[in-house]
Each structure stands twice: as structure tokens, then as C-alpha cells.
Design a protein around this ligand. Structure first.
Ligand SMILES: NC(=O)c1ccc[n+]([C@@H]2O[C@H](COP(=O)([O-])OP(=O)(O)OC[C@H]3O[C@@H](n4cnc5c(N)ncnc54)[C@H](O)[C@@H]3O)[C@@H](O)[C@H]2O)c1
Ligand SMILES: O=CCc1c[nH]cn1
Length: 483
């Protein structure tokens, strides 16, 4: 498999290079070595992408939904056939263990293309009878959409944005994170192989300075960002200048509430999935783990014991279950937060340091006796750091769980299902879990409340965020004007 792509960008159905762009080395997180050399998009590349996508969109929208869906479903089939190679590439891009990427990333991308490919033939308006007259509605594409990705799920993010956008008849320019530029290029190649007309899905590389001019271009109609809240504020503000449509999938500091009556093993398993999958780099992670006092000691003991089973090492070895952080900067940010947790007096019960070896490795880390005012209980760390907080009553934990500006996710473990539904109903969060954590099937809406986001990805709901309704009044009789 070639890790070095043929060129940095994929525009109008072809790989395109412009070596005048700033050098963009691709670093393998497991070793710190440079594994590919790319260039950031120059203004000429940005213009080429916008012109191609703008031109291709109308031709794509003119196809029937069934025809568009066939292309997306074919792409899903190709992704599944090439799951192994795509998973290896995802591991090179992010450092996530192959044992994860083989089941989570390309698969999730294929699910999105298959699901929205299946829906696109049945996107319809409605007929509203008004006596003799009537109204019909048409569901129309928005036009040219820009997708901007974070570095934790490069394949999934590209597909979660492209699939509903293309199903609705839009074109897309996708800009991956500058730290994980490889995977989206493969998705672009596969879409062309599946029959997508050239120019409908394009990938260009670079950081904020490449993303910003895409958002402000008058030919762009929508921006969908996956990223942090500070970037979300900038992108939303830029899009607001022309009142462009937006989807904002942003960060979180989500609560996971474990009641005394929870099944202990399931609760510990849920807390592990909520904090350490993808080395903690998951937006919806339940990093504030509220544990009721009666179960706290058993919970901490079992958690520490099960964490000893984490296999930290070479992500390409399928026995490995915990890989490095995706980049050096995020490793340092996480280490700084661990230092803050220690300084604030939280009790370190597991991990707490980087591994003395090449690559961006850090131990899964658990702090107990965390209180609500500590920085590690308030900021999104985006690394494998679990904060365990004690609580006594249901009312108390609901208030404390909601005392955050974020609102992406929330989870509850209890065997009392009446209580589970009541607590979840009171959570100020968009993607919630009962006796589970971090499931993200394409059939379910995904997204946040409060500062965690605007709009939803996945499910039928995403169609509303990539299309607009036109209503047409049809008069069957004469027009009665007053003069
Ligand atoms: N809610 C979700 O679905 C979800 C999923 C994954 C990650 N995230 C969040 O993403 C963050 C981590 O990812 P990150 O560090 O890559 O985020 P980030 O905000 O630093 O960058 C996200 C993307 O925005 C681009 N960008 C930065 N400034 C820009 C600008 N001014 N204009 C246009 N584009 C700009 C970056 O190049 C990158 O592609 C975390 O906060 C995490 O919670 C959210
Ligand atoms: O990182 C955010 C999106 C996500 C959640 N679970 C899997 N992917």
C-alpha cells in the first residue's frame, strides 16, 4: 500500500499538486516519523476546487435520487471490500490501533454512504390541498457545501458529511484536518470509481488559513465543521456574514452517571469506552464520571484492575488495544492537564504519564476525588483522562451534570429503568446513552446542544441540514385582485 498519495489534493476527479503550497508533512503518531509529504492548498488550488465543485453540482442535482443513491451505495461496497487497507491508512493517519480501525472507521463511513444512498431515492416534498388550490413542496439541494474535519476520525468525518450532502444533490469540498490528511483522499478516489461525476466531491489540504477563504466565498452555501468550540465560533461567525447554512459538531465534557444499583461490570466497561477508546480522542466522551458513593470503592478497584489489561503498543499489531495520541501537540496538552489535576489535589489512581518511547504515547489516566471546580472537571481535555466525581442524590447529580456550557452527550448506568429515562430526559445533551456509551449508528441523530453544536449529523435528520424546502402555491381558478 502506498502511504504517499499521488498528490496533495483531489479536484475534479483527479489528483492535483501545487508545490508552491506550504509543506505539510504527515507524521505517524506511533513513531513520530514523517510518512508522507503534502502541500497546503494555495489560492489557485482553492479557486480550482470551488470552480469545479460549483460547475459539477448542477449536473449531479439533475440526476434522480435513485441514480445518485446507486453511486453512493457502490462506494460503500468498495469501502467494505477495501476495509483492511483503509483501516491501515486510518491507523497511519491517526495512530489509532488497527484493532479499532478495522471495525470502526471505514465501516462507519460505508454505513453512512449506504444509508444516505438508500434514502436519496425517496427524498420528496408534499402535497397540501387547499380547497381547489394546492401547494406542493420541493426538497432542493443547498448547492456547494464545505466540510471541515477534525483529526480523530478522518474517514468517518469525511463520509458523515459527504454522504447526506451528495444524497441531496449538493457538491462538496472537504478539508481534512492538517494533521490527518490521507484518508479523505482515498474516499474521493473511491467515489469516482463508483461513478460520481468529477468535481462533485473534492479534497483540499491545509489548516485554518485554507478553511477560512472557503467559508467566505460567495459560491459556497453551507459549512459543516467538526472541531473545537473556539474554531466553531470563528467558522459560525464567518458563515453568518452571508447567512450560510451551518452544521457545527463541536467539543464536549460529557457526564456519565453511575448509580449504586448499576451492574458494576457494565458500568466499568461503559466508563472505559467513554474515556479510553481512540486514546480518549472522541468528542462525545463521558469524561466526568459521577459515581454514587455506595458503589465508588468497588468501581475504582474494578476500573484499575481492568485498565491493567489495556495493551499499549504498536497500533499495527492487532493485539494492541490502546495506541498513541494523534499528534505531539495533543500529547502535550493532555500532559499539562494531568499536571493541573495533580496540582489541584485530585487523587491519581491510574496512569498519569507519557511512555518513555518514540511516538506520542500516554497512559490511560484516572483521577478520583475530583470536584466540580477543578480545571480537569471543566475543560475538554481530548485525551485519555477520566475524572471521577462522587455524588449522593439523583437531584444533586442532575444539577451538577448539567452545570457546563457543553451539551454533546450524557450517559446513565442504573438497573432502574424508570430512573434512567427520567434522568436522561433532564440531561442538557444531544446524544445520550442508557446502560451503554459512545454508540454512534448512522440511523441515530448525532450532535450537541449548548456550545457543543448546531444541527445533527446522521439519520433522516441530516437530510434537513443538507437541503432546503421550496413551497409552490398553485391557484386553480381566477385571480381576484382588489383593483
Ligand atoms: N461533535 C463532533 O462530532 C466532534 C467529532 C470529532 C471531534 N470534535 C471536536 O474536535 C476537536 C478536536 O479536533 P481539532 O483539534 O482538529 O479541532 P480544531 O477546532 O482545532 O480544528 C478543526 C478543523 O477546523 C479547521 N480550522 C481551524 N481554524 C479554522 C478557521 N478559522 N476557518 C476554517 N477552518 C478552520 C482545522 O484546520 C481543522 O480542519 C475537539 O474539540 C473535539 O471534541 C467534535
Ligand atoms: O468523535 C466524535 C464522533 C464519534 C463518536 N463516536 C464515534 N465517533
Amino acid at each position: 500500500m502506498h502511504i504517499q498519495p499521488k498528490a496533495s489534493h483531489f479536484i475534479n476527479g483527479k489528483y492535483v499538486e501545487d508545490t508552491d503550497g506550504t509543506a505539510l508533512p504527515v507524521i505517524y503518531p506511533a513513531t513520530g516519523e514523517t510518512i508522507a509529504h503534502l502541500h497546503e492548498a494555495t489560492p489557485a488550488i482553492i479557486e480550482q476546487a470551488i470552480t469545479s465543485a460549483h460547475r459539477a453540482q448542477q449536473q449531479w442535482a439533475a440526476l434522480s435520487g435513485t441514480e445518485r443513491g446507486r453511486v453512493l451505495r457502490k462506494a460503500a461496497d468498495i469501502i467494505r471490500e477495501r476495509n483492511h487497507d483503509l483501516s491501515v491508512l486510518e491507523t497511519y493517519d491517526t495512530g489509532k490501533p488497527l484493532s479499532e480501525t478495522l471495525v470502526a472507521d471505514a465501516t462507519s463511513g460505508a454505513d453512512a454512504l449506504e444509508y444516505f444512498g438508500g434514502l436519496s431515492g425517496s427524498l420528496t416534498g408534499e402535497h397540501i390541498q387547499l380547497g381547489q388550490d394546492w401547494v406542493y413542496t420541493r426538497r432542493e439541494p443547498l448547492g456547494l457545501c464545505v466540510g471541515i474535519g477534525a483529526w480523530n476520525y478522518p474517514t468517518q468525518i469525511a463520509c458523515w458529511k459527504a454522504a447526506p450532502a451528495l444524497a441531496c444533490g449538493n457538491a462538496m469540498i472537504f478539508k481534512p484536518s492538517e494533521t490527518t490528511p490521507l484518508c479523505a483522499l482515498k474516499i474521493a478516489e473511491i467515489l469516482i470509481e463508483a461513478g460520481l461525476p468529477a468535481g462533485v466531491f473534492n479534497v483540499i489540504q491545509g489548516g485554518g488559513p485554507v478553511g477560512a477563504p472557503l467559508i467566505s466565498d460567495a459560491r459556497v452555501n453551507k459549512v459543516s465543521l467538526t472541531g473545537s468550540v473556539p474554531t466553531g465560533r470563528k467558522v459560525y461567525a464567518a458563515a453568518a456574514q452571508d447567512l450560510k447554512h451551518v452544521t457545527m459538531e463541536l467539543g464536549g465534557k460529557s457526564p456519565l452517571i453511575i448509580f449504586d444499583d448499576a451492574d458494576l461490570e457494565n458500568a466499568v466497561g461503559g466508563a472505559i469506552l467513554a474515556n479510553f477508546y481512540s486514546s480518549g480522542q472522541v468528542c462525545s466522551n463521558g469524561t466526568r464520571v459521577f459515581v454514587q458513593k455506595g458503589i465508588k470503592d468497588q468501581f475504582l478497584k474494578r476500573l484499575a484492575k481492568r485498565l491493567k489489561n489495556a495493551v499499549i503498543g504498536d497500533p499495527m499489531d492487532q493485539a494492541t488495544t490502546f495506541g498513541p495520541m494523534a499528534n505531539q501537540a495533543q500529547l502535550q496538552i493532555t500532559l499539562d492537564y494531568i499536571a493541573k489535576g495533580k496540582a489541584e489535589g485530585a487523587r491519581l489512581i491510574y496512569g498519569g504519564g507519557a511512555l518513555d518511547q518514540p511516538g506520542f504515547y500516554i497512559q490511560p489516566t484516572v483521577f478520583a476525588d475530583v470536584n466540580d471546580d477543578m480545571v480537569i472537571a471543566q475543560d475538554e481535555i481530548f485525551g485519555p483522562v477520566m475524572a471521577v466525581l462522587d455524588f449522593e442524590t439523583e437531584d444533586e447529580v442532575i444539577t451538577r451534570a448539567n452545570a457546563t456550557d457543553f451539551g454533546l452527550s450524557a450517559g446513565v448506568f442504573t438497573q432502574n429503568l424508570t430512573r434512567a429515562h427520567s434522568v436522561i430526559a433532564q440531561m442538557e445533551a444531544g446524544s445520550c446513552f442508557i446502560n451503554s456509551y459512545n454508540d454512534a449508528p448512522v440511523e441515530a441523530p448525532f450532535g450537541g446542544m449548548k456550545l457543543s453544536g448546531v444541527g445533527r449529523e446522521n439519520s433522516k435528520e441530516a437530510i434537513n441540514h443538507y437541503s432546503q424546502l421550496k413551497s409552490v402555491y398553485v391557484r386553480m381558478g381566477d385571480v381576484e385582485a382588489p383593483y
